[in-house]
Design a protein around this ligand. Structure first.
Ligand code: F6P
Length: 323
């Protein structure tokens, strides 16, 4: 391995810069040249390569977003796009890639390796924490804390006005962000795609809390909830309990920005080092992750197809703690 490239792809996540920094400095440490590819696969196709050295990543560990920018490339999903990307890698003499992103990123990398043999080691960079092969993804801890800070503020106003707030947090297909927000934010109810909680059950639960003299309520709804989004659920609840004063807050992309937490900086740094050293040791098509505090490399096929299960006891915790 003489020259590698690193890129970020998919939704950005706090800690991506810390990971880029670790990749660059590990490469420099081992005498490997390193390039950054701007805007993920899209920049790879267009040849947006920048040579990086140790100084290029100074003063970046604490920054949110990604200095390499990110994109979701439709063109890379075509054979023609991947051919152009491969030609660019050959022109720049790249022997291996570090891809920081989620499942979409790793799906692209798998196809690319099958067609052109370019080895990729992945780093789990997504706030959703929905990747099999790591207990936590880079950006998750920060996103949860950002959402929780907002929820605490919502709780204040909900309490002052005796209202019921439906708070939607991110998580395209998963409730990983919603669960700690509900437990940590003292929510009455949490709705996530991994469990089937009907709107009727939400209505019954709110009615019974109301009868127990509760006057304000928080319902945390994961973005990917199958019963509908926070607005839709709130509308149905309001129709069933007209006396309930309901409001909806979508926390949204605030969750994706901001300075990474200490936990995210640590995780990103560990994984950045592991990704480069994995490539050096001949690994390909695997994601570096931390499971039970140990570094593991999981094949992309598993990270893509296996589901990281949510501990169902968390749902029970929400129920017990909101009594
Ligand atoms: O994958 C991270 C994520 O933030 C999801 O939680 C969300 O569904 C999606 O990205 C939003 O993507 P975009 O910024 O492209 O709207």
């Amino acid at each position: 391995m003489k020259r590698i490239a690193v890129f970020t792809s998919g939704g950005d996540a706090p800690g991506m810069n810390a990971c880029i920094r670790a990749v660059v400095r590990t490469a420099v440490y081992h005498g490997i040249e390193v390039y950054g590819i701007m805007r993920g696969y899209s920049g790879m196709i267009k040849g947006e390569f920048v040579k990086l050295d140790s100084a290029s990543v100074s003063n970046t560990i604490q920054k949110g977003g990604t200095i390499l920018k990110s994109a979701r490339s439709q063109k890379f999903m075509t054979k023609e796009g991947r051919q152009q990307a491969f030609d660019q890698l050959v022109n720049h003499g790249i022997d291996g890639l570090v891809a920081i992103g989620g499942n979409g990123t790793f799906t692209g990398a798998t196809l690319f390796e099958q067609e052109f043999g370019i080895p990729t080691v992945g780093a789990p960079g997504t706030i959703d924490n929905d990747l099999y092969g790591t207990d936590y993804t880079i950006g998750y801890d920060t996103a949860v804390n950002t959402a929780l800070e907002a929820i605490d503020k919502i709780r204040d106003t909900a309490d002052s006005h005796d209202r019921c707030f439906f708070v939607e947090v991110m998580g395209r297909d998963s409730g990983y962000i919603a669960i700690p927000c509900a437990i940590g934010g003292g929510a009455e109810i949490v709705m996530i795609p991994e469990t089937q909680m009907s709107t009727e059950a939400v209505i019954d639960s709110l009615k019974s809390s109301w009868q127990r003299s509760k006057t304000s309520f928080l319902v945390v709804v994961a973005e990917g909830e199958e019963e509908g989004n926070a607005h839709q659920v709130a509308q149905r609840v309001k129709a069933a309990i007209p006396e309930l004063d309901t409001r909806v807050t979508i926390i949204g992309h605030i969750q994706r920005g901001g300075s990474p937490s200490a936990a995210d900086r640590m995780l990103a740094s560990q994984i950045g080092i592991a990704a480069v050293e994995g490539l050096m040791n001949g690994m390909r098509n695997v994601m570096a992750g931390i499971v039970d505090r140990k570094l593991v490399y999981t094949p992309f096929s598993d990270t893509i197809h296996k589901k990281k299960l949510i501990n169902q006891s968390f749902m029970r915790m929400v129920e017990i703690l909101s009594v």
